[in-house]
Design a protein around this ligand. Structure first.
Ligand code: SF4
Length: 456
C-alpha cells in the first residue's frame, strides 16, 4: 500500500467519531472485565513464563517435531499434506474438494484461510462455501475482512449489522443482538445439514500425539466437523506444540482476557482421529509454511510465533484502538500482524512498523510475555538496513547525514530544516498531523562562540 493511501485510510478512520466511541467502549469493557481475571492463578507470572518456554523450545526442534506430528496423524488414520506457499495450499484444498466431489463446504475461523484468500479462491472456482464463525459471517455480509483475529466484527455497530441483515435476509432492521444471533443461526442451520466438507483452522497441533486442538464459543466448529464426513484442517506450521501435556498451560492462557461477557473460547475440542459422519470419516491436515520457515530465521522477531492469539494486544494498543484493524491490511490485524509483515513486502512492513508508540501496554497483558514493541523496533532497524524504509524518509535522512558531516553546513541548514519546505518533503509520507522535531535555534558551536566571544 502506498504511503499516501495508507495515510488517507488512517485519517478517515481516526477521525470517525462513531468508530472512536465503539473502540473506546470496547477498551473500557476490556479493562473492566479483565481486572480480576488472573486471580485464580497463584502465580500468573510463573505460568506465563512456563507458557513462553513451551513455545520457545519448539523453535529448537521444529524439523523433528513436525515430522513427529505427521507420523502421529498418519497413525491416527489422517492424511498430512505440506504446502510451501499460499498457491499450493489453495490448490491442495481444491484438489481434495474435487476428489471428494464436494458440493457444499462450510468453513470455521482460520487465520491461514484469511492469509491465503481461500474463500475468494474457492468462489472463483465456483465452489459453494459458507463461513460459520459468527463474527466472520457478519464481515462476509459486508464483504469485508475481519478487523480483529479474535473478535472479527468488533468494528461494526449493532445497527450496522441490523441494516445489512435486513438487506440480505429480509428481516426488520431494528433487531436486538439476541435476535440477530437467532437469524444467523437460522441461516446457518440449513448449511450445516447440507454440508459435505468442513474446513477449520486449529489453535494448536500436537507433535507427540498428532492431536488437533480447536477452540470456539458457539459450537460452530463442532457442528461443522460432526455434520460432515470430510474435515480439512488448514494450519500454519507455527501452531505446533511439543506435547499434549502443554495444552493445560496454553489453552487457559489463550482465553485469559476477554472483551465481551461471552467467552470467545469456551468450547475446546481435542481431535485425535477423523470424526463426523460415520460412513465416510476423513481427516486431512494441510501444514502451511508460506514464509514461516523464512521468518524463523529472524532471531529476534520469530518470538512472535509464541503468540497464542488471545487478542489482548489489540484490545490495549492505543494505536489499534484509534485506527482499527483494517488499516493494517493484513490477515492478522494489529500489532502481531505488524511484526509479521517483515516476512513479506518490506514497503508494507515499513508502514506497519511505525504503528507503535512504545507505550508497552501490550507487554503487561500478553500471556506469552512477548515484547512486541522491541520486535517492531527491530523491524524498523531491519527495514533501514535493507534500505527499504519509506522513500521520503530515506531522502531526508541522507540529506541530513550529508549536512552533519560539516559543522558549518549544519549550522547553515538549520533554518531550512525548520522551514515549511522541509515539512513538505515528509508530508505525503507522514501526513499533516505528525510534528517534525525542531532544530535548536542555535547550534552548540554557535552558543560556544557567543559565550566565549569567539569570532566565526
Ligand atoms: S502477542 Fe500476546 S497479547 Fe497479542 S495476541 Fe499474541 S499472545 Fe495475545
Amino acid at each position: 500500500m502506498e504511503s499516501t493511501e495508507f495515510n488517507q485510510n488512517v485519517k478517515q478512520i481516526a477521525f470517525d467519531k462513531e468508530h472512536q466511541q465503539r473502540m473506546m467502549s470496547r477498551y473500557e469493557s476490556f479493562m473492566a472485565l479483565t481486572k480480576d481475571c488472573t486471580n485464580h492463578y497463584s502465580n500468573i507470572e510463573l505460568e506465563k513464563s512456563r507458557a513462553f518456554n513451551i513455545r520457545n523450545k519448539t523453535f529448537k526442534n521444529y524439523d523433528k517435531l513436525l515430522v513427529d506430528f505427521e507420523t502421529n496423524v498418519i497413525n491416527n488414520k489422517g492424511v498430512v499434506r505440506w504446502a510451501l506457499d499460499a498457491d499450493q495450499a489453495k490448490q491442495m484444498i481444491y484438489n481434495i474438494l474435487s476428489e471428494e466431489k464436494a458440493k457444499n463446504i462450510i468453513k470455521t475461523k482460520s487465520v491461514v484461510a484469511e492469509e491465503i484468500g481461500l474463500i475468494s479462491y474457492l468462489q472463483m472456482k465456483k465452489m459453494n462455501v459458507t463461513e460459520t464463525d459468527t463474527g466472520e459471517f457478519i464481515c462476509y455480509q459486508f464483504d469485508e475482512r475481519p478487523s480483529n483475529s479474535s473478535h472479527a466484527a468488533s468494528h461494526k455497530s449493532q445497527q450496522e449489522i441490523a441494516d445489512i441483515y435486513s438487506e440480505k435476509f429480509g428481516v426488520k432492521n431494528n433487531l436486538s443482538a439476541k435476535q440477530l444471533m437467532t437469524v444467523t443461526r437460522k441461516v446457518l442451520s440449513d448449511k450445516y445439514l447440507k454440508a459435505d466438507v468442513a474446513i477449520t483452522g486449529a489453535d494448536f497441533i500436537v507433535a507427540d500425539t498428532g492431536d488437533i486442538i480447536l477452540s470456539e464459543n458457539d459450537g460452530n466448529t463442532l457442528k461443522s466437523i460432526s455434520n460432515t464426513g470430510i474435515h480439512i484442517v488448514l494450519v500454519g506450521i507455527d501452531q505446533l506444540i511439543p506435547s499434549i501435556d502443554d495444552v493445560s498451560t496454553l489453552l487457559p492462557l489463550s482465553s485469559l482476557y476477554e472483551v465481551t461477557k461471552i467467552k470467545s473460547k469456551s468450547l475446546y475440542t481435542i481431535l485425535s482421529k477423523p470424526a463426523g459422519n460415520v460412513n465416510r470419516q476423513k481427516l486431512y491436515v494441510i501444514l502451511v509454511d508460506n514464509n514461516r520457515s523464512t521468518f524463523m530465521e529472524h532471531e529476534v522477531q520469530r518470538q512472535i510465533f509464541t503468540c497464542i492469539n488471545c487478542g489482548a494486544c489489540c484490545s490495549v494498543c492505543p494505536i489499534f484502538n484509534t485506527i482499527g484493524g483494517h488499516v493494517y491490511d493484513s490477515a492478522v490485524p494489529g500489532p502481531v500482524g505488524a511484526v509479521l509483515a517483515i516476512s513479506g513486502d518490506c514497503e508494507q512492513a515499513a508502514h506497519l512498523a511505525t504503528l507503535c508508540g512504545t507505550c508497552r501496554q501490550c507487554e503487561q497483558y500478553c500471556p506469552m510475555k512477548i515484547k512486541i514493541s522491541d520486535l517492531l523496533l527491530r523491524n524498523r532497524v531491519d527495514i533501514i538496513k535493507q534500505d527499504k524504509s519509506l522513500l521520503a524518509e530515506r531522502n531526508v535522512y541522507n540529506f541530513i547525514m550529508k549536512k552533519i558531516e560539516s559543522r558549518k553546513d549544519m549550522d547553515k541548514s538549520k533554518d531550512f530544516f525548520n522551514r515549511m519546505e522541509f515539512k513538505q518533503l515528509l508530508k505525503k509520507t507522514w501526513g499533516v498531523h505528525r510534528e517534525i522535531p525542531k532544530f535548536a535555534e542555535k547550534s552548540f558551536s554557535e552558543m560556544w562562540r557567543e559565550i566565549n566571544k569567539v569570532e566565526s
